[in-house]
Write a protein that binds this ligand. Structure first.
Ligand SMILES: [Zn+2]
Ligand SMILES: [Zn+2]
Length: 111
C-alpha cells in the first residue's frame, strides 16, 4: 500500500488520548512495529496518512516510528499486513451510542 504522510497534524487530538492509542483501540491489537515496509523500529506514534493513486481521499492512522512520521509529504510503502484505521473521529471514537449499529435489529423478529 502506497501512502503519503500528511503534514501539520501534530495538534490534532481525539478521545483516545494519542493517535497510537486510537489505532490500537480500533485495530484491536497492540502496535508493535512501525508500519512502513521493512522498518524494524518500534511503533512510537500514530501517523496520519492518505492513500496514493486511488479515489479514497480519507485520512487514516497507522503506527510509525518517529523517524518515518517526520517524513511528511513523501510517498511511503506500508507493510501489506498493516491495518489502516480511519482518522475521522465521527466514524470511530467520536461516534455516539445512538449511531452504534449493534443494538437495533435484534428485537423486531417476534412474529
Ligand atoms: Zn480516537
Ligand atoms: Zn519506521
Amino acid at each position: 500500500m502506497l501512502v503519503k504522510n500528511i503534514k501539520g497534524t501534530a495538534d490534532r487530538t481525539c478521545n483516545c488520548g494519542t493517535w497510537l492509542a486510537h489505532w490500537e483501540r480500533f485495530a484491536g491489537v497492540r502496535a508493535m512495529y512501525c508500519g512502513v515496509l521493512s522498518c524494524l523500529s518500534e511503533a512510537e506514534v500514530g501517523a496520519h496518512v492518505v492513500k496514493e493513486g486511488g479515489t479514497d481521499k480519507a485520512q487514516y492512522i497507522v503506527p510509525m516510528c518517529k523517524k518515518h512520521n517526520a517524513e511528511s509529504n513523501k510517498s511511503i510503502v506500508l507493510s501489506s499486513h498493516i491495518v489502516m484505521i480511519p482518522a475521522n473521529i465521527s466514524v470511530t471514537c467520536g461516534m455516539t451510542d445512538s449511531n452504534s449499529p449493534s443494538k437495533t435489529n435484534l428485537t423486531n423478529k417476534a412474529n
